[in-house]
Design a protein around this ligand. Sequence first.
Ligand code: ADP
Length: 423
Amino acid sequence: MAEGSEKHFVETEKMPLLLEMTRKLYLSLNIDDVVKQVLILAMQLVDADGGSVMLVDRKSKKLSIGKASRLDERYVEETVLRMGERVAGWVADQKIPVLLHGKLRDNPQFSALEGRDDVRSSLCVPVKISDTVVGVLNLNRMMDGDMPEFTQADLRVAVTFARYCAAAMQNARLCETLMNRNQQFTEQSRSLTVWLAEICHEITTPITAIKNYVKNILDGDLGEVPEKVRQRLERVSQQVDKTVGFLEELRSASARELDFQEINVALLISEALRSVEVWTEEKKLEVEVDVPGDLPTIRADNEKIEQVLVNLLRNAIKFSGESDKITVGAKAGENEIQFSVVDCGHGVSAEAVEMIFEQFYRAEESQDVPGQGLGLAISKKIVELHGGRIWAESEVGRGSRFYFTLPVRARGAQGTQKAEPGD
Ligand code: ADP
């Protein structure tokens, strides 16, 4: 009777806290963040001194530590458990939560295991999605802490919390997969437009050269031209004109894809920063914005220029160290705005700087950082399509500075139709 009423008291007292913590869990959609939050919140919820969240690898079915508190760093990095191995492996395999007191040898099923002299009491709970165990939540009260041993009521609170954790982790995983696919898709469809413009430009250049050679011959620069040759060359010249016209139509059709609007630069930068906030926060980066208040507006495709800024910012974040500083700025030049994204990350060599805007190029220094070598190539095409320039300066170990300019008013054929029907 006494024990029953105590249980009831503990659970009803913890309920508002449990709900509040669950709400917090759902705020994050990044799996590493969620795992970190799970441990922090679970420890608060049951007043644990330390613990860990272990994750089951879907392929190997082995458990490794996703996040830990008060555990030796080397142990965290090196620990990989098979199903059934030690306490967490047993819990994952049996799908049963356990409450342990004192040393493991006092518990019959774990009596053969060593260690844990400093642990007073533990909760070890499977994290399940339907009937599949995706992780194990371990929570400890230590000998040197003030709290007594965990109770059955604590175990029930932890089991309930673990159910919500599983759903939040599932959400975050799904969201990450979707975001990756969406990013790939958006990059591909954006690149199609800019590649088309690039191809047209590449073909137009040699064809125009042919037209000039023919014209020189027809003008008599190489001597008198027999009538029959003249007639043929005139036909060549007409065909070349037609092809150039066709390419020009194709190029302006793809340029028309740009949706020119009047853009407030400060707003554009803050939108881009908002898109990368999850990553700047994750790395605890200091972000400085250097934009004077009196910048003129620009005419540009808001979505595409935001994409350029996001590409540069994502790189700056990727190649920065924890707690480093990133500066994003804009300043007015003569009829143009110059944007900059500066990091003090690992940088690249002078030779690499020459190459980084090439499609699929990845500097040797960055091979262990994930990426496809496309972001900068796409950014360059977008900026050039607007009539701007893009370039970089970098030094190994000292960081990189990326700059691009955009004309205050977009140039002639580039996108006039869609945005400025009256022009
Ligand atoms: P990705 O980053 O996906 O590889 P990008 O085209 O954005 O593709 O970048 C190409 C390469 O340029 C990167 O792989 C990296 O070597 C280098 N790079 C780009 N931005 C930076 C930066 N801020 N710091 C260091 N290296 C960078």
